[in-house]
Design a protein around this ligand. Structure first.
Ligand code: ADP
Length: 397
């Protein structure tokens, strides 16, 4: 990779496209931006360079913008702001790779068609991940595109961690636990041994706590179990998702309350979690600043469920050497880290309250010197993980 070579990373969600550009052999972040509010109201674009200065802004007031229109704009924008950089690859975050895709792969039209078959497994996200791949294939067919799957990191989990206790004929249809946030956990697994070589072979539970939230048990940097399952609604309560639910609740909602599939889906994905319990907000910052008892109850429920899952994941590992916090909440909420660690004292977790309260930036240990279990804060960086994968694949030819 030459100094002026760049890799663009695309992370396309249902209503937004985020992009980052990494340049030179050290993969320095040189440009990042996003288009938000696709399909509804006024779509907005903003881009910043490495030092945070705004280098592009735009709004679409003449009707909704779709993924294709957004990508067309981004490709044009990138071309006019390349500043002598040459794009050698585009890396994409792809939510689902099924069981067959256990690592990053070069994307071509045939592979995109194959991935399209997985849409029923992730109907809310996968079409939006694939749309930009098709756009780039049409607009710049010679630029290599690399797909990085959120499920791939979990493909090697033990069979028991992946199976539901359902009849084999249902399991055989692909109804199994896949786990998500894999790129975030893979990044954590790559960073932790560099920060503390003693932890290279360790039993680690990492908590990626953002608007979506999950936890992952890792042994020697490999995924052994995760709280998200068949879909990304399982496990922890999240901003607006309910997390693990007795499946009997779904039957009750449909049979007794007469809710249809769309209503149950809306309830579980958009109206539950921190928002549903508090009735105030899905945003942890807002809840932490509120004096309302229901805001406190929502946070307490999240802390409780993190503690329960931590015990379960430590059991899956047969011990615990380190706990890692990541994601917007994990990286920033001093109070949540403190509460989770207090509840985990029985596992040998002891926080250094001062180090925790300093709310570190970057990769930092926040456990007390004598703590049996290390506690770390590692800022999430799925985009860099994708750029690294893209570079490896391009260099491998
Ligand atoms: P996403 O999953 O959409 O990428 P993020 O990882 O950015 O989301 O996490 C968003 C969450 O992080 C929100 O609940 C937000 O309130 C929370 N958060 C961000 N900063 C803070 C902070 N200083 N204190 C507490 N929570 C915070």
């Amino acid at each position: 990779m030459q100094a002026n070579d760049s890799i663009i990373v695309i992370n396309a969600g249902s209503s937004s496209i985020k992009f980052s550009m990494y340049s030179g052999p050290a993969l320095d972040l040189t440009l990042r931006g996003k288009i938000e509010n696709l399909y509804s109201g006024v779509a907005r674009f903003i881009a910043q360079n490495a030092d945070g200065s705004v280098v592009g802004e735009r709004e679409w007031r003449d009707g909704p913008l779709n993924h294709e229109g957004g990508m067309r704009f981004l490709v044009d924008f990138a071309q006019t702001h390349l500043d002598g950089h040459r794009v050698i690859a585009v890396g994409h975050r792809i939510v689902h790779g099924g069981v067959a895709h256990s690592g990053p792969q070069r994307l071509d039209a045939a592979l995109v068609d194959e991935l399209e078959k997985l849409v029923p497994l992730a109907p809310l996200h996968l079409p939006h991940n694939l749309a930009p791949v098709r756009s780039v294939l049409a607009m710049a067919p010679d630029v290599p595109q690399i797909g990085c799957f959120d499920t791939a990191f979990h493909v090697g989990q033990p069979a028991e961690a992946q199976e539901f206790a359902l009849p084999a004929r249902i399991t055989d249809l692909g109804v199994r636990r896949y786990g998500f946030h894999g790129l975030s956990y893979e990044y954590i697994a790559s960073v932790l041994p560099k920060a503390e070589p003693r932890l290279a072979q360790a039993k680690v539970v990492a908590a990626h706590l953002g608007n979506g939230a999950s936890m992952c048990a890792m042994q020697s940097g490999r995924s052994m179990a995760s709280t998200m399952g068949f879909t990304a609604v399982d496990g922890l309560p999240m901003g607006t998702r309910c997390g693990a639910l007795d499946p009997g609740v779904v039957l009750y909602l449909m049979q007794e309350l007469g809710m249809d599939v769309a209503a149950v889906q809306k309830l579980m994905y958009q109206e539950s979690g921190l928002l549903g319990v508090s009735g105030i907000s899905s945003d942890m910052r807002t809840l932490e600043q509120s004096d309302e008892p229901r805001a406190k109850a929502a946070i307490a429920l999240m802390v409780y469920r993190i503690g329960r899952e931590l015990g379960s994941l430590a059991a899956a590992l047969g011990g615990l050497d380190a706990l890692v916090f990541s994601g917007g909440i994990g990286e920033n909420s001093v109070a949540l880290r403190s509460a989770v660690c207090k509840d985990a004292a029985w596992l040998g977790v002891e926080l250094d309250e001062a180090a925790n309260a300093a709310n570190p930036r970057g990769v930092t240990r926040v456990s007390a010197p004598g703590s049996k279990v290390d506690v770390w804060v590692i800022p999430a960086n799925e985009e860099l993980m994708i750029a690294q994968h893209a570079l490896e694949l391009v260099e491998a030819g």
